[in-house]
Ligand binder design. Structure first.
Ligand code: GLU
Length: 378
């Protein structure tokens, strides 16, 4: 492979999550936004969207921007100080993204998440659908942690892991961690002359973890350790991850040029990984019985609608796993259900127009969406 040909993983990626660290976005001395850099990033993202790719940004910078405005000291902040800083800085952060993207004809959407929204895949449903809806309309979701309300116990604290959760949640093909370093080194490159960068990681072994050490830069909370944690989440979800330097202008262009970086290569694709998880790793809390028409619809790749359900058993909440059974009682597959058992019982066998009358206009069309379904024979 020459230094100029992009990796197949990059060329083939349809859905990309890009994590942007505070140190890239905010000048440490002045606390100002690095707007030339941000504009060049927006150019790169607009280019990817024009190529038909879905791009989600996970951006830090709220605390770094806000702490300066509030005149907070340069020492490590107390939790409530960083929360106050984030409350101030998030406004400027969102406005900066809105401005650079609207100049390129794109709408930006702010998505603030807390740990609970992404921690368990079954709780993903809401955030996932919202982000899907935004992407379908060519908006650029800009995600950050909802720092102002997150307390220590329910906090990621770093956007490396948050971005990996987001990538897993939306079944992204590639997660790019733009960082102040161009990859994973065998030892800290600043202090150890023998340190060399690793091109490719196929499994996160104890040896790889040991390389990550614990160091963090002045602004970023993570350092390499949380990047490796992010890698574990990504690889388990079938998402490739790349750590690349964000120091240069047009930071995503280097992926096309295959500039020095470290790729963490997933062994399966994200859709397969998600289906495997739905099929095998959850306790089913209920059973949904389908009529013949629905059974056929599922086999041809469609979602399950309430109209095709004849019976519901068990007690479950929205997002729980359920078993799907056909008319003969055989298991057709499993899925994450969009309704609680209580609501499901009220709407089974009913058409959309009738459901609107029972549950109000904000109901969901599918009882189990095809993306949330793993069929036994497929
Ligand atoms: N959510 C934090 C912020 O926006 C950043 C966390 C991190 O640097 O990883 O300032």
């Amino acid at each position: 492979m020459t230094a100029t040909s992009p990796r197949r993983e990059w060329t083939n990626a349809k859905r990309i999550v890009v994590k942007i660290g505070s140190a890239l976005l905010v000048d440490s001395a002045s606390g100002r936004l690095r707007s030339t850099w941000l504009n060049s990033l927006a150019d790169d993202v607009a280019g990817l969207i024009a190529d038909g790719k879905d791009v989600v940004l996970v951006s830090s910078g709220a605390i770094a921007l806000g702490r300066h405005v509030l005149g907070l000291p340069r020492r490590a902040l107390e939790l409530e100080e960083s929360q106050a800083a984030a409350a101030v800085g998030q406004i400027s952060l969102a406005a900066a993204y809105r401005d650079v993207f609207s100049a390129r004809g794109h709408t930006v959407a702010q998505v603030l998440l807390t740990l609970g929204d992404t921690e368990e895949r079954r709780r993903y449903l809401n955030a996932r659908r919202t982000i899907d809806t935004l992407l379908a309309r060519k908006a650029v979701p800009v995600v950050n942690e909802n720092d102002t309300v997150a307390t220590t116990e329910i906090r990621y604290g770093d956007n490396d892991r948050l971005s990996a959760r987001v990538a897993s949640m939306i079944t992204a093909d590639v997660l790019v961690l733009l960082s102040d370093i161009d990859g994973l080194y065998t030892a800290p490159p600043g202090t150890d002359k023998s340190a060399r960068r690793i091109d490719e990681v196929r499994a996160i072994t104890a040896e790889i973890e040991a390389m990550a050490g614990g160091a963090a830069s002045a602004f970023s909370r993570g350092g390499m350790k949380t990047k490796i944690e992010a890698g574990k989440i990504a690889l388990a979800s079938g998402t490739h991850m790349v750590i690349a330097s964000g120091q240069r202008i047009n930071p995503l262009r280097q992926l096309v040029e295959n500039a020095p970086s470290t790729w963490f290569l997933a062994q399966s694709d994200p859709v397969a990984a998600r289906k495997r998880w739905i099929a095998g790793q959850l306790d089913a809390l209920g059973v949904i019985y389908l009529d013949q028409g629905a059974e056929k619809a599922l086999a041809s790749g469609k979602s399950l609608l309430p109209a095709g359900v004849t019976r519901v058993e068990g007690h479950f909440e929205r997002g729980d796993a359920v078993v799907l059974r056909g008319t003969s009682g055989t298991e057709l597959g499993r899925g994450l259900v969009a309704y609680s058992s209580e609501d499901a019982l009220r709407i089974i066998g009913k058409k959309s127009s009738e459901i609107a009358e029972i549950l109000g206009p904000d109901f969901r069309t599918e009882i189990v969406h095809r993306d949330d379904m793993a069929l036994s024979r497929s």
